[in-house]
Design a binder for this molecule. Structure first.
Ligand SMILES: [Zn+2]
Length: 503
C-alpha cells in the first residue's frame, strides 16, 4: 500500500512532529454499566501498551484540565449541561421527564461520575486544540471523539461533543478546519453543528443503510453557505483496506487541495476494524492507520481523537499503532508483556488478520461514489463564493518549556468563540488584512465588521484550560479488574445488546 501522497508544498514527510498526548489516569475507571459495549477501560489498555512500547518518552504526556461548564456551553445548551452536572444514578428516578428530553437513560446511561467523565474527555480534546494553536504538530486524545452528541441531547453513547468544542477552539486560530471521521458510524453530531458554515468541512466515511444513526446520505452536502462543505461517503458491509483507501486518498487529497485547511481533526473510531463487536467492516489495523499516515503527510496541525470501538483488545492495538504512526515510528508486532497482556492471546501480537467476509462494496459502487464526491468537490473549487482568505501567520509565541509549566497556568486567548458566533466570525474573519500573501478579499460592510469585533471582545474571557503535564514510568493500576472486563468483551450473546440502534 502506498504511504506518502501529499500534494501540498508542506515539506518532507520524514520530518519529526511535535506530538502531545492527553491522558487522565482516572478515565479507565468510568463504567457505563454491565453489558454496555462502551468501555472507557480500553483507553487505559491503550495507555498501558503505549507505556510498555516505550512511546510515552517520545511525546509530551499531559493530563487534561477538566472542561468547565462554560467550556461545554460553547456548544451545548445551558439546561442540558446543568442536567448532566446534576444527574446521578440515585436521583435519576425522580427525573424521568428530563431523562427522556435529553435522551439519557438507555444507550446513554446515567453512571457514577458521568459529568466528570464528560469533563475529562472534553478537556483532552479542547486542550489538544489549544496545544495545536500554540505550535504542536499533532495532539492525541484517545478518550475523545464522541461524535454523536447534539447541542441538547445525548446520543449513541456520547454525552458532550468534544469534537465540536475542539473545532471551535481551532477556529480561533485557523480560518478553515477540516474534520475527517473514519468511525463506522456517521459523524452526525459534528456534521450538524457545522452544516451551514464554509469554515468547517466535514467528511465522514461510514456504513450507510439500516444502521445507526441513519444519516449520512451521499446527497447530504451542507446547506446555505455550507453547501458542498459536508461530504458523506456511504459504504456497505465488509469493506477492506484496498477499497477503503481507493476512496479515502483521492477524496481527502482533493479536499486538502481545494479546501486548504489550517488544521485537521481526525476521528479514529476503531469500530470500523474487522471483528468489531458492533461493526461490520473488514479493515486491518494497518488499513485503518493508513488514514492517519496519509493525513499526517500533509504537515497540517492534526488532532487525533478516539471514538467508537467495541472489541476492546483491537481498539487498544489500533490506537497504540496509530500513536506510533503519529510519532513516525513503526512498532514491533510482538507485544511487550504488560498488565493486560492476557487480553491479547493466543498470539500476543499487535496486528490481527482481517476476516474472509464478503466485501459488499463492488468496484463499480466504489467508483460511482468517488466520482460523485469528486464532482461535488470540483463545484466547490469553481464556486464564485469560494475565495479563500489566508490569514497572516500567527504571532510567534515564546517557547513553552513543558517541564516548567505551572499546573495552574492557563493559556490566554484573545477571544472566545461559541457555536452561535460562527456567523459573526465568518464576517469577522473577512476583514481586510494587509499581507502580501493574502489573496483578494471579500470586504464586508464596515458596520458589520465593527459589530462582530465588538461581539468578539464581549466574549473575551482570556482564560483557557489546557493541561497539567504528567509523566508516567508505567501505567497506573485501578478500576474494574481485567477479569471483570474480559468476561464481557468477547461475548456477544449473554446480555441485552443495545446495538440495534447504536454507534
Ligand atoms: Zn461508531
Amino acid at each position: 500500500m502506498e504511504t506518502g501522497g501529499n500534494s501540498l508544498p508542506s515539506g518532507p514527510d520524514g520530518v519529526k512532529r511535535r506530538v502531545c498526548y492527553f491522558y487522565d489516569p482516572e478515565v479507565g475507571n468510568y463504567y457505563y454499566g454491565q453489558g454496555h459495549p462502551m468501555k472507557p477501560h480500553r483507553i487505559r489498555m491503550t495507555h498501558s501498551l503505549l507505556s510498555h512500547y516505550g512511546l510515552l518518552q517520545s511525546m509530551t504526556v499531559l493530563k487534561p484540565f477538566p472542561a468547565r461548564d462554560r467550556d461545554l456551553c460553547r456548544f451545548h445548551a445551558d439546561d442540558y449541561v446543568s442536567f448532566l452536572r446534576a444527574i446521578t444514578p440515585e436521583t435519576q428516578t425522580d427525573q424521568l421527564r428530563a431523562l427522556k428530553r435529553f435522551n439519557v437513560g438507555e444507550d446513554c446511561p446515567v453512571f457514577d461520575g458521568l459529568y466528570s467523565f464528560c469533563q475529562t474527555y472534553a478537556g483532552g480534546s479542547v486542550g489538544g486544540a489549544v496545544k495545536l494553536n500554540h505550535g504542536s504538530d499533532i495532539a492525541i486524545n484517545w478518550a475523545g471523539g464522541l461524535h454523536h452528541a447534539k447541542k441538547c441531547e445525548a446520543s449513541g453513547f456520547c454525552y458532550v461533543n468534544d469534537i465540536v468544542l475542539a473545532i471551535l477552539e481551532l477556529l480561533k486560530q485557523h480560518e478553515r478546519v477540516l474534520y475527517v471521521d473514519i468511525d463506522i458510524h456517521h459523524g452526525d453530531g459534528v456534521e450538524e453543528a457545522f452544516y451551514t458554515t464554509d469554515r468547517v468541512m466535514t467528511v465522514s466515511f461510514h456504513k450507510f443503510g439500516d444502521y445507526f444513526p441513519g444519516t449520512g446520505d451521499i446527497r447530504d452536502i451542507g446547506y446555505n453557505k455550507g453547501k458542498y462543505y459536508s461530504l458523506n461517503v456511504p459504504l456497505d458491509d465488509g469493506i477492506d483496506d484496498e477499497s477503503y483507501q481507493s476512496l479515502f486518498k483521492p477524496i481527502i487529497g482533493k479536499v486538502m487541495e481545494v479546501f486548504r485547511p489550517g488544521a485537521v481533526v481526525l476521528q479514529c473510531g476503531a469500530d470500523s476494524l474487522s471483528g468489531d463487536r458492533l461493526g461490520c467492516f473488514n479493515l486491518s489495523i494497518k488499513g485503518h492507520a493508513e488514514c492517519v499516515r496519509y493525513m499526517r503527510s500533509f504537515n497540517v496541525p492534526l488532532l487525533l481523537l478516539g471514538g467508537g470501538g467495541y472489541t476492546i483488545r483491537n481498539v487498544a492495538r489500533c490506537w497504540c499503532y496509530e500513536t506510533g504512526v503519529a510519532l513516525g515510528v513503526e512498532i514491533d508486532d510482538k507485544m511487550p508483556p504488560h498488565e493486560y497482556y492476557e487480553y491479547f492471546g493466543p498470539d500476543y501480537t499487535l496486528h490481527v488478520a482481517p476476516s474472509n467476509m464478503e466485501n459488499k462494496n463492488t468496484r463499480e459502487s466504489i467508483e460511482e461514489i468517488r466520482n460523485k464526491l469528486l464532482e461535488n468537490l470540483s463545484k466547490l473549487q469553481h464556486a464564485p463564493s469560494v475565495q479563500f482568505h489566508e490569514r497572516p501567520p500567527d504571532t510567534e509565541l515564546p517557547e513553552v518549556d513543558d517541564d516548567q509549566e505551572d499546573p495552574d497556568e492557563r493559556l490566554e486567548h484573545a477571544s472566545d468563540m461559541d457555536i452561535d458566533d460562527l456567523k459573526h466570525q465568518d464576517e469577522f474573519s473577512r476583514k481586510p488584512i494587509s499581507n502580501t500573501r493574502v489573496k483578494k478579499e471579500i470586504v464586508e460592510p464596515e458596520l458589520k465588521d465593527q459589530e462582530s469585533q465588538k461581539g468578539a471582545a464581549e466574549h473575551a474571557k482570556g482564560q483557557e484550560a489546557v493541561a497539567v503535564e504528567i509523566s508516567f514510568s508505567k501505567a497506573p493500576d485501578g478500576g474494574p479488574t481485567m477479569n471483570d472486563e474480559m468476561g464481557e468483551h468477547d461475548s456477544t450473546n449473554n446480555f441485552p445488546d443495545p446495538s440495534h440502534h447504536t454507534k
